[in-house]
Design a protein around this ligand. Structure first.
Ligand code: TXA
Ligand code: MG
Length: 349
């Protein structure tokens, strides 16, 4: 396939993307979290092309993205995306409460799956992950289509999620014809995934752009922790592999209280500026090998820049290995950043 083409939004670009998708094509789209690789969710051939382009194993299910206006169980049921009668009244109420509060936005709800969703989307599970993105171009496209879009992050399986169109082209050039240009992603890491159980129990499957405590504040009760274990095939959390979001180079994590030793071949990633006397100059290496994600230690800013900083250190020929600061656990996006860094640092199988 030829070089990936970057399309801009606006009426023409959106119409072209919509036509391509309607014909069963796939393309990369911006969302507020990370870029996604989209195809019409109800079209098994398009979904299978997504798996092929990403080299993604079929046990790892896809998230389905919906337009504004589809944020109720009645609508999702009517379209055959969900089958909410399987939930208790309480389960339905809590799901709708979360939709009203956090949609459009970086929250994916795992709900009983409806009959219009092909097996491949959910890896054969009885549930489907649904999210209403808030990126304006993602919404323009969904509005034009009025069809659900299955979209995993637009990277090859296991590697770092792209937060710019340029990163998408590095991942998928030659495999996917188009990327819709939407600028750098505002959140920078993926959506929070919450499983809604039939009895209304809520399980946090993946920490992400909506902090768990914000969800708990709305529901008034705690989220259950993600199921343990590294088996990728669990019914509740398939695809949650220990090693994921991984740079090619070896990454180790350090705490602020014990910064790494000087090493002129290491790329260093700091959440906030290094303590007095550490940093560039003392740790060795060129200034470009030291990245600070937020001068004020703001975790939203840090999350926004995390994947692109990791990616650029990974591509910097001066760095042979990478080191990253673990965020202090202070709520907000700390849990999601730590989750991504831990997976990026995990031994590869
Ligand atoms: O922010 C995001 O969620 C981005 C953007 C593009 O929307 N998408 C994304 O998709 O991160 P992906 O495919 O990289 O991660 C989706 C994960 C799967 O690996 C799986 O763990 C979980 O979502 N998932 C999807 N459907 C599920 C289901 N029915 N049950 C449990 N987990 C599910
Ligand atoms: Mg992904």
């Amino acid at each position: 396939m030829n070089r990936m083409k970057i399309l801009s939004g606006g009426f023409q670009g959106i119409s072209r993307c919509a036509a391509h998708l309607r014909q069963g094509g796939i393309l990369a789209i911006p969302t507020e979290t990370v870029y996604g690789l989209a195809g019409v969710a109800t079209d098994p051939a398009a979904v299978s092309a997504i798996f092929a382009a990403k080299e993604r194993p079929s046990f790892d299910p896809l998230i389905v993205h919906v337009p504004r206006g589809w944020g109720s169980l009645a609508k999702l049921d009517e379209l055959g995306l969900t089958e909410s009668r399987i939930l208790s009244d309480q389960g339905r109420n809590v799901a709708e409460k979360l939709m009203r509060k956090f949609w459009p936005g970086p929250l994916t709800l795992v709900l009983p799956r409806g009959s219009a969703i092909p097996d491949l989307v959910t890896s054969g599970l009885g549930t489907v992950g649904i999210r209403m993105p808030r990126h304006a171009l993602a919404q323009d496209l969904l509005q034009a289509l009025q069809l659900p879009l299955a979209a995993p992050s637009a990277n090859r399986f296991g590697s770092i999620s792209p937060t710019t169109s340029e990163a998408v082209t590095r991942e998928l050039n030659g495999r996917v014809p188009y990327v819709l240009e939407g600028g750098p992603c505002e959140v920078g890491l993926e959506s929070t995934i919450v499983h809604v159980g039939p009895d209304a129990a809520l399980t946090l499957l993946r920490p992400g752009g909506v902090p768990a405590e914000d969800i708990e504040a709305v529901t008034g009760s705690g989220l259950l922790p993600p199921p343990r274990g590294e088996r990728p095939s669990g019914e509740l959390a398939p695809g949650m592999l220990a090693s994921h979001y991984a740079p090619r180079k070896k990454l180790t994590l350090f705490d602020r209280s014990s910064p790494p030793r000087p090493d002129e071949h290491s790329g260093n990633l700091w959440i906030s500026p290094p303590p007095e006397g550490v940093g560039a100059g003392n740790l060795g290496g060129a200034p470009g090998m030291h990245r600070v994600l937020s001068a004020s230690g703001d975790l939203q800013e840090a999350a926004r820049g995390l994947f692109s900083a990791l990616r650029s250190l990974d591509e910097d020929p001066n760095c042979t290995q990478l080191r990253a600061e673990r965020p202090a656990q202070g709520g907000g996006l700390a849990a999601a950043i730590l989750d991504r860094l831990t997976r990026a640092a995990a031994p590869r199988s």
